[in-house]
Design a protein around this ligand. Structure first.
Ligand code: OGA
Ligand code: ZN
Length: 369
């Protein structure tokens, strides 16, 4: 390796790399993030910030054998920090993350990705499918076994299921005394599930067990493309929906679950994210009249775009198929069905984004090995 210079500033250590670039590391950062401060087995940070003074400063620093050697006043031996590691974690630049996959808005002629259930058995194929799911927010799995649990078994290969007041899994069929519009035979307007929860479920699975009734087509819309378009055509509507928290509520005999959410957020890169659109579980709108007028006008613009058939993807799920979609991005709905004409039964469940992201990182680790 060519020459690397080390310089000690008032509060920072400067590394001048052989390629002419340099990096600035606060002294406290070098101590707090030193791998030697991690628990040897759990790899969790053991360093206690209050154990060093705010004026902490090395006594000496230099390069030895591809490591930065730092002598601290309160540590007997110099600490050795690998230069390769320092190069990958410079303060101020976000660490690389295999689960950080940029979402791609659906083009006008988008057809959902179709994936065979077998693709979830081999790690390499599964990783490819999960990355595509992150990118597009919708895929259709086919070839599941005939029993109602086969979709759940596939989901569990990805991560832990997220329970809700509807259970760990729920059966969507026309039922007597329904507590949810999904449990009727009626049409379901495009929505995201459960924005009344403190954290809206991340990934939704709807496994088609039976679908012989007439009607009951599934409809999907990309909320990311929708909001990108809204931002472009009606920026005032975009702003008011982003900035105004509104109340959501589900209640039945045993639960009363409420939250306040704006219709969407922006992610750290400025992309619309965490869409909460669900007319049937909105609570009484309690906005002051002027804001209410602006919010309703914004919602009208959004719904006008949503109603455009060109952005709606329709799919009549067959038994053995399962729709998997990002419930904080893609909207879903269905046309009404005639329960006297046949059976319609979907088994649903959720997995949060953190579980999916963790699976992608672990699979990437296996692939890199
Ligand atoms: C749901 C739902 C759609 C369907 O259960 O959340 O939207 O096709 N179901 O029945
Ligand atoms: Zn739903």
């Amino acid at each position: 390796m060519r020459h690397i210079d080390v310089a000690l500033d008032t509060r920072d250590l400067l590394l001048h790399w052989p390629d002419g670039t340099s990096s600035r590391f606060p002294y406290i950062w070098l101590r707090d993030n030193d791998p030697a401060e991690l628990h040897p087995e759990t790899q969790e940070r053991m360093f206690e910030l209050l154990s060093v003074p705010e004026t902490l400063r090395p006594i000496a620093a230099g390069i030895t054998d591809r490591h930065l050697a730092i002598t601290w006043p309160d540590v007997p031996d110099p600490r050795l920090l690998p230069l390769d590691w320092l190069a990958t974690c410079q303060p101020g630049s976000v660490r690389s993350d295999p689960a950080m996959i940029a979402p791609e808005p659906w083009p006008r002629d988008f057809r959902p990705l179709q994936v065979s259930a077998d693709a979830f058995i081999a790690d390499q194929d599964q990783l490819k499918q999960l990355i595509a799911l992150k990118r597009h927010g919708l895929m259709i799995v086919s070839g599941l076994a005939g029993d109602a649990d086969s979709g759940v078994a596939l989901g569990r290969r990805i991560g832990f299921l997220r329970p809700t007041n509807f259970g760990l899994t729920f059966d969507v069929r026309s039922k007597p005394n329904p507590n949810n519009l999904a449990y009727t035979a009626g049409a379901l307007p495009l929505h995201t599930d459960l924005p009344n929860q403190e954290l809206q479920p991340g990934i939704q699975f709807l496994h088609c067990v039976a679908n012989s009734a007439s009607g009951g087509d599934s409809i999907y819309v990309d909320g990311l493309a929708l909001l990108n378009d809204l931002r472009h055509v009606h920026p005032d509507a975009f702003d008011v929906l982003l900035q105004t928290p509104v109340p959501f509520r589900f209640h039945d005999g045993t639960a009363d679950i409420r939250s306040r959410q704006s219709v969407f957020d922006l992610d750290p890169l400025g992309h619309p994210s965490r869409l909460s659109i669900n007319s049937h579980i909105m609570d009484v709108i309690d906005l002051a009249p002027d804001l209410a007028h602006r919010w309703y006008a914004g919602m009208r613009r959004l719904k006008q775009l949503l109603a455009d058939p060109a952005r709606q993807v329709t799919w009549h799920l067959q038994p053995g198929e399962m729709a998997v979609f990002d419930n904080r991005r893609a909207l879903h709905g269905r046309t009404g069905f005639d329960p006297s004409s046949g059976d319609r039964h979907f088994r649903g469940f959720y997995i949060d984004h953190g579980e999916l992201d963790s699976r992608i990182r672990v699979l990437s680790r296996i692939m890199d090995a």
